[in-house]
Write a protein that binds this ligand. Structure first.
Ligand SMILES: *Cc1c(COP(=O)(O)O)cnc(C)c1O
Length: 434
């Protein structure tokens, strides 16, 4: 037949060369070498049949493989804790700890004695050390699980006294009152949406009371003619006060003066505090329980506690987060606006040279994800034509901004500085207008 050197089948890349290509090699790590090899063979066959060019074999193999999920994205939304983006990003220390914990570990073994040991003692000790006003601590799957455990162990067949202003929807259609009553506890609602007084609580508390619950309005604000009763005064009612502080701040943060923290809430007289691990604490998804030793012990020994037990990966990440609290969340919260402006301007200069229409504008970042509603963090953003939104979202890596008034805003507050180059490359990769 024809000239062998011109035969495209001769130019089909070899299997080992293809498997060494960075993107296929990465895919082999997550999907397994056999699966990637099969995709490579199929693509080679298509090239030999003349269906695709030999130069397209690598891309055809990649296209035949499922995209790795979840995909890492760059959060340029200016929302620190974005529920759709997985809330808190873990610190490097937490990631390293999780990887180390993935194999067999001493999670429930004392290597010195060879005997069984308290599960997750590193994480629990670190949590107790971070909040000395807690008599004891316990960790479950998430904030909702912490509340369910408290309601089940302390108020099944009893009443939970709670203000009508605090019967909130957490998100995605899930509502706290439904969660609480699903345990068998009854709600005794007091006050009104905007105002509840100590007298309202006092009139409702009685022999049927399991506990008084106070829920931090973490994702909304009621302003105007309002009144709520502080924990300090509820603590005098003679029944346990359970406080759902939501965001997982362990100690006060001067930037968030209205956000309750576990230490201050316990000192004010709360018997038990519940919180999430993946909000302002900046750790893994977890439910933190801190409070009086005898109450925490009742929760810990309740049969339901076994069903809400956290896995070893979570415990490892939580211990590391507590050990080195400079998390991505904290860095984003405390980022200096002048430094953010500087980074944003450098980014603009780098992409403006390529003819992209782009400018630096003031931006307002928020905590989001159930924390510090109404707090506005001064920030800066790159402003781009709106059409960039879809292109950046579907690029590699995906870059998520926020669209406002027909412009795409990229706020670098939640982008780690080492990822600025990736944002720059992503913007430059979007084809220009003409
Ligand atoms: C976020 C939040 C919850 C739910 O916590 P998860 O960890 O998402 O289960 C409950 N209460 C309050 C006040 C919250 O902010």
């Amino acid at each position: 037949m024809g000239d062998g050197r011109a035969d495209p089948r001769r130019r089909v890349p070899r299997t080992d060369a293809l498997l060494a290509e960075p993107r296929l090699a990465t895919a082999a790590v997550s999907l397994g070498r056999d699966r990637v090899k099969a995709a490579v063979r199929q693509a080679q066959d298509r090239a030999r049949r003349g269906e695709i060019d030999p130069e397209q074999v690598r891309d055809a193999a990649l296209a035949a493989l499922p995209a790795a999920t979840p995909r890492a994205v760059l959060n340029a939304t200016g929302v620190l804790l974005h529920t759709n983006l997985g809330r808190a990003a873990l610190s490097d220390a937490a990631v390293t700890a999780m990887v180390a914990a993935a194999g067999h570990t001493d999670v429930e073994l004392d290597l010195h004695t060879g005997r069984r040991a308290r599960r997750g003692r590193d994480a629990l000790d670190a949590l107790a050390a971070a909040v000395p006003s807690a008599g004891a601590v316990h960790v479950v799957n998430n904030g909702a699980a912490a509340l369910v455990l408290a309601a089940t162990a302390l108020a099944a067949d009893a009443e939970i006294v709670v203000s009508r202003g605090e019967l909130v929807e957490i998100g995605d259609g899930f509502r706290l009152p439904d969660l609480l009553t699903s345990t068998g506890a009854r709600l005794r609602e007091v006050g009104t949406t905007n105002r509840s007084t100590l007298a309202d609580y006092a009139a409702a508390v009685g022999p049927r009371t399991g506990f008084v619950l106070k829920v931090h309005p973490s994702n909304f604000r009621i302003t105007g003619f309002t009144s709520a009763v502080p924990v300090r005064r509820l603590a005098d009612l003679g029944v346990p006060v359970v406080v759902d502080i939501g965001s997982g701040l362990l100690a006060p943060d001067p930037l968030l003066p209205d956000e309750p923290d576990a230490a201050s809430t316990l000192r004010a007289g709360a018997a038990l505090v519940t919180a999430s691990g993946d909000k302002l604490l900046g750790g893994p998804q977890a439910g933190l329980l801190l409070g009086r030793a005898e109450l925490v012990e009742r929760l810990r020994r309740h049969p339901l506690a076994r069903a809400l037990r956290v896995d070893k990966l979570t415990l490892a990440a939580l211990a590391a987060t507590l050990g080195d609290p400079v998390t991505p969340t904290r860095s984003a919260l405390h980022a200096d606006p002048a430094a953010l402006r500087d980074r944003t301007e450098r980014l603009r200069d780098a992409v403006a040279a390529d003819g992209h229409k782009i400018e630096v504008v003031p931006s307002v970042a928020v905590v989001g994800g159930g924390g510090a509603p109404g707090v506005e963090l001064e920030s800066w953003a790159l402003s781009l034509p709106e059409r960039y939104a879809a292109a950046l979202r579907t690029g590699e890596p995906p870059v998520l901004g926020r669209v406002a008034h027909g412009r795409l805003l990229l706020d670098l507050r939640c982008v780690p500085p080492h990822a600025d180059a990736a944002v720059r490359a992503a913007v430059l990769a979007v084809p220009g207008d003409d």
